[in-house]
Design a protein around this ligand. Structure first.
Ligand code: ZN
Length: 548
């Protein structure tokens, strides 16, 4: 097998090798395929950091499929988890504290529940993101009895489970590892199981008023069968129990879960010592392995009012999904992604990196990293990989064009074609590509671009601008106007003329440019001048300069 350079391909090789050498996993995969799994509690708006995890799992499943393996990615909504703190600004939901999210009404009409609303707010975006995932509800799985065997094993081995908690946390763990849903008040966060009868398979429990600070139980006590959704396992035990129950082969998570002594440590101990199941990649029976790193996205404009920072559901209103997916796919999971589109050139450089990767993929640019970059390009696509290289247009140049033209795409495309920046005619795919880049440039200019990238072409030279000019600047402007009237010129000819004029007048280069920008844009700076003049048209520029 050829050596792979791309991280997901290397991980896929490791996963396959592990399965093929494991007598428990091999028959499971033969029957069920490579099951790649992730889970999320739908308690509210979901941060883009979780989105990074979903893209990682999607890419791992795709890398396994690229090896001819039967692999699928499933994301489960942990909707049996209870609401465990008051919702900011929504006191009417306080009465649901302690109730599983799937049994709380949706805050917005048209959804089955609170859980349904917040889960779909994120997952309805999956097609746009190119994330191929099956969706499940952990609550449904409890109700179907998927976890019943694991629940039985856990309760029959409650002493071993307790010992694991006590060993890792070095403090007594007195409860039975199961939380019934109170038959009277429907709360799950307030119940405590006090006794397990393994013959009758019944759990005795109490719904306590003072078990937790954030919710008040009703005082009911009862005896129930723990199966078919009558309750749930505590989180770390549940995590371990899902693995044999769902036959999970791959499941990573954010590195905060992977600290020594954290939830992954407990889960891998329970999976291997109690449930006798090899914990999913990247963990082994004794080692957590690495979780994925944080995805820090800056930019106040993108943050939600609900305090989650930048949300997965809304980030694409600000940054195109293709470039976000590219960003995630191109970074190894154990590298921090620190991205702020309003910081210096973050967004420009990211686009340039995308465009370079595209050129390498289509063989238009040489690179020693061709194999890796080509895989990044393929896996960054949210749909099919283009059959031929799209007409490239850098974000910076697109930004200049949209600031000259304004809102009209057709006019911008006509200008780009006149300049020879893009082919004429455009294929339908090429046309869509250019429009997408123009839209991205408009968002960039509107929301993130630093002042030095912004400008407004003046309809006429203002009194104020004229008053600021030195005699030398005015003379230089007139000389440039005379030259432009003799056009058309090439960009190089105009560029050479700048320096000839500066010597003749004489005037310092910096003063010359400042004066011309002031006349054209009403500010002392702007995009590359020769290119700007050709984009605006030599006649139009000459007309403005002549009024200096
Ligand atoms: Zn109760």
């Amino acid at each position: 097998m050829a050596e792979h350079h791309y991280w997901a391909d290397r991980m896929a090789d490791e996963i396959i090798e592990r399965v093929e050498n494991d007598p428990i996993l091999r028959p499971i995969v033969e029957e069920n395929g490579y099951f790649v799994y992730d889970e999320k509690t739908p308690s509210g708006d979901i941060h883009i950091g979780s989105g990074r995890g979903w893209v990682i799992h999607d890419v791992l499943a795709k890398a396994l499929r690229a090896r001819g393996k039967d692999a699928r990615f499933v994301l489960s909504s942990d909707d049996y988890d209870p609401l465990d703190k008051p919702v900011k600004g929504m006191p009417e939901f306080d009465k649901y504290l302690g109730i599983p999210f799937r049994n709380i009404p949706s805050p917005v009409p048209g959804y089955k529940s609170w859980a349904d609303y917040y889960f779909r707010l994120a997952t309805d975006r999956f097609p746009e993101w190119g994330i191929e995932a099956g969706l499940e509800s952990t609550g449904e799985e409890y109700l179907k009895g998927t976890f019943d065997d694991a629940i039985r094993t856990v309760l029959n081995n409650a002493g071993k489970v307790r010992a694991i908690f006590e060993r890792i946390y070095d403090k007594p763990y007195e409860r039975l590892p199961f939380s019934p849903i109170c038959e009277r008040c429907g709360r799950i966060g307030t119940t405590v199981a006090t006794h397990w009868d393994p013959e009758a398979e019944l759990v005795t429990y109490e719904c306590r008023e003072d078990l937790v600070k954030w919710a008040k139980g009703c005082g009911h006590s009862g005896k129930i069968s723990p199966f078919k959704g009558a309750g749930k396992l505590p989180w770390k035990v549940e995590w371990a129990s899902k693995w044999p129950s769902k036959k999970v082969i791959v499941e990573t998570a954010g590195k905060d879960h992977f600290t020594k002594g954290g939830s992954r440590t407990v889960a891998i101990a329970i999976a291997s010592e109690v449930l006798r199941y090899p914990p999913p990649y990247p963990s082994t029976a004794t080692e957590e392995g690495p979780g994925y790193e944080f995805f820090n996205v800056g930019g106040k404009k993108m943050s939600t009012s609900k305090g989650v920072g930048v949300s997965f559901a809304t980030i694409t209103e600000h940054i195109p999904v293709k470039i976000l997916r590219f960003l995630i796919v191109s970074y190894k999971p154990h590298s921090v992604i620190d991205f702020d589109p309003s910081r210096q050139d973050d967004l420009l450089l990211l686009y340039d990196r995308y465009d370079t990767t595209e050129r390498v993929y289509f063989g238009k640019e040489e690179s020693e990293r061709k194999q890796e970059l080509s895989r990044i390009y393929e896996l960054a696509q949210t749909g099919r990989v283009p059959a031929s290289m799209p007409p490239q247009l850098s974000l910076r140049h697109a930004g200049v064009i949209v600031q000259i033209v304004g809102d009209g795409d057709d006019e911008a495309i006509a200008l780009l074609q006149r300049r020879g920046d893009i082919p004429r005619p455009l294929s339908p795919e090429g046309d869509a590509y250019v429009r997408e880049r123009l839209a991205a440039a408009r968002t960039w200019i509107r929301e993130f671009a630093p002042a030095r990238e912004r400008f407004t072409v003046q309809a006429s030279v203002s009194e104020q601008a004229r008053a600021q000019l030195t005699p030398a600047q005015a003379q230089a402007a007139h000389e440039l106007a005379t030259l432009l009237r003799e056009g058309p010129h090439t960009e190089q000819q105009i560029f050479d003329a700048f320096y000839a004029i500066c010597e003749r007048v004489p005037i310092k280069n910096t003063e010359f440019f400042k004066g011309v920008y002031l006349l054209l844009l009403g500010q002392g700076w702007g995009p590359k001048l020769a290119n700007l003049i050709l984009t605006l048209g030599e006649e139009r520029v000459a007309a403005l300069l002549e009024t200096a």
